[in-house]
Design a protein around this ligand. Structure first.
Ligand code: BGC
Length: 462
């Protein structure tokens, strides 16, 4: 472990031998978070995902349904507490009622993913019933005055695609392109907003670095780089294929990218600096850089890793840039110097996820991705909190940071809150509650939370 920390610290120096970005901190005691202003035509939305809201019952032949059933090599279940997603919040069967809830919040956009495994359960075979189902969902959204914003890939895909090596193999990109074209041909009359790939960095990090998501390949850094490269290639291939279809020019197509800054707890500490630089690079920095320059440089010299790809046309394959932001992670050395760990500052308010409330980070992330030069949509932001007062505080602060960024001239077109109802949080199962509506998973009953009321108020006021 110590050897690994030193290597990654060294790698960090090679990547960016400059001082770390300053950890922006605002004095919240002097800020009136209700002083927000948003443009009239702003896209106010919520974001959800099919698997997290409908569970394995709706998507029984996908990589995640398989993953949930198995254990790791020491026999530990893959999902916290041995839970299974089941039917989750049962969005599949009760989407009409949830769309009424969205309307109640006053949103005008709903970001949603589709179950590829349900639409194409066998390679090249498309399921008419599943296709008809999504026609119903998108039409219902439309009728409610809510624009569907469809993510083509949000972590799940058919088991036959997984068996082919998914995004480990560049040849597999063509399957995603074919699926995307099918979706577009079916739904482009109703769906004008598309996201090709959701969070390439997170998908690769969890599946190939931490190994806690399928395919569970822990510590495969090189493969992680290859998977990200292939996901980026898949994005550009899907973008170009959809743009060439009838209606393609009228659609807005982009990608959603998760930025989590890693900050050194002690800014003067060279080891913390190296490790955070390394983490920022592998998790999100190399991806942002690719869209700024057309150059993907997965280049970690101290570890002898190099995965590269150049496509100077890549920055032109974005009609908007989707930013997903939750918080930052502070990395620090414990006094005994052997351990490098996640730390919190004294006045940090912790969420139920392993991070604190840090709205300044949203502002920083916006400033960073603005360098890509495209309109920005905040395609995900939200929090899991058992304390409802703190959940509302999170929403207040982040919406304040967003409003400030808009006032400061950043071109931000929309904000989608993650998420409408409590749902299945991947390997963390039902331990996390991200919903503006709480869900009793026994009865599936939903209850609007204070944070939901606050979000509704802000939308109404704007
Ligand atoms: C993912 C969601 C997840 C959320 C909260 C996002 O990065 O896209 O699927 O539920 O984070 O952890």
């Amino acid at each position: 472990m110590t050897r690994y920390i030193i290597l990654s610290a060294l790698a960090g120096f090679f990547i960016a031998p400059q001082l770390p970005e300053t950890e922006l901190r605002w004095d919240w005691s002097t800020i009136d978070t209700s002083a927000t202003q948003f443009p009239k035509d702003f896209k106010w939305g919520i974001a959800l995902s099919e698997y997290q809201n409908s569970g394995e019952q709706a998507c029984p032949t996908c990589n995640w349904a398989d993953w949930e059933k198995c254990c790791d090599s020491s026999g530990r279940p893959r999902i916290e507490g041995g839970e299974r997603s089941g039917s989750a919040a049962n969005f599949w069967d009760t989407f009409s009622a949830d769309i009424k809830r969205m309307k109640n919040l006053g949103i005008n956009t709903c970001s949603i993913s589709v179950a590829w495994s349900r639409i194409e359960p066998r390679e090249g075979v498309f399921d008419a019933v599943a296709i008809a189902h999504y026609h119903k969902v998108f039409n219902a959204l439309h009728k409610a005055g809510i624009q569907p914003f469809v993510s083509i890939h949000h972590f799940t895909h058919p088991d036959w695609f997984e068996a082919k090596g998914a995004f480990e193999n560049e040849e597999n990109i063509e399957y995603l392109v074919r699926f995307a074209k099918k979706l577009f041909t079916e739904y482009s009359d109703t769906v004008k907003l598309w996201c090709t790939i959701l969070e390439p960095g997170v998908y690769a990090f969890q599946g190939y670095f931490r190994g806690v998501w399928p395919p569970g390949k822990t510590g495969h850094l090189r493969l992680m780089g290859i998977v990200i490269k292939n996901l980026l290639k898949a994005h550009t291939a899907v973008y170009k294929a959809l743009k060439a279809l009838p209606g393609g020019q009228q659609a807005q197509i982009g990608i959603s990218h998760s930025v989590t800054q890693f900050d050194p707890y002690h800014p003067w500490n060279p080891i913390e600096h190296g490790v955070t630089t390394f983490m920022n690079h592998i998790f999100h920095g190399a991806i942002t850089y690719y869209f700024k320059t057309g150059e993907f440089r997965w280049n970690v010299p101290g570890l002898g890793l190099r995965v590269t790809h150049t496509d100077y046309d890549a920055p032109n394959t974005l009609d908007y840039f989707g930013l997903n932001y939750y918080s930052h992670v502070l990395i620090g050395m414990r006094p005994q110097l052997q351990v490098i760990d996640q730390m919190y500052r004294a006045d940090d308010i912790k969420t139920d996820m392993p991070y604190s409330i840090y709205a300044e980070g949203l502002y920083r992330a916006i400033a960073d991705v603005a360098g890509i030069g495209k309109p920005i949509i905040i395609t995900e932001n939200g929090v899991s909190m058992s304390n409802e007062q703190d959940r509302t505080l999170y929403v207040q602060r982040y919406l304040y940071a967003l409003s400030k960024a808009i006032a400061d001239g950043y071109d931000i077109r929309g904000y989608f809150h993650w998420t409408l109802t409590d749902n299945f949080e991947w390997d963390m199962g039902y331990s996390q509650r991200f919903g503006l509506y709480g869900v009793d998973f026994k009865t599936k009953k939903r209850t609007l939370r204070d944070s939901g009321r606050y979000y509704k108020q802000v939308i109404a006021a704007s």
